[in-house]
Design a protein around this ligand. Sequence first.
Ligand code: AMP
Length: 191
Amino acid sequence: MKIKNICVFCSSSDDIDVDFFKTANELGKLIAKNNINIIHGAGKIGLMGEIEKGARNYDTKVIGIIPQKLYKRGIYSETLDDIIITKDMKKRKEIMREKSDAFIILPGGFGTLEEAIETITLKQLKYHTKPIVFLNTKNFYSDLFSQFNKFYNNKFTNPKFKDLYFIAETPLQAIDYILNYKYNEIVDKWL
Ligand code: AMP
């Protein structure tokens, strides 16, 4: 399948280490160079804003999807190529999911984690078959992966579900995985 839009879930914080910004900028640039549009939460702050900066000066689009409540607070970027305002968070995530051909999870907090886990859970239940990549900059998610291993080792989760997502260390690895991705039928959760 041709990858036209990649959704990036990422931090809305401006106070994080500069290395996270560097990776977000690099990722934005790399996605745009590959002629792929970026979809994200529309924020001008944190890694969302930095991804947009990285992608600037290329022909591809950065599209922001934001719920009415956050839009009204004025924390959206005014330089986006397109902005979609949704009724609520639920609708926002639904549109992000429908419009995107792949998902990349950069370091983030509760908002990012919630978006990531929902996307993985829906793939587990076969609502979609799209590639999902964690970008593990500075081992940011390594503790989370230890928790995932606890799920597998204690049989809360089938170890085959490790295939639901890919762990990349660099933006290049993330894009390579997505561009070469082929969905492999996974086991049913219960059957
Ligand atoms: P967090 O990881 O808690 O910083 O939340 C970031 C994620 O939640 C992003 O991927 C956005 O989709 C959403 N989000 C949180 N805060 C904002 C904001 N101020 N503007 C736009 N989206 C936001």
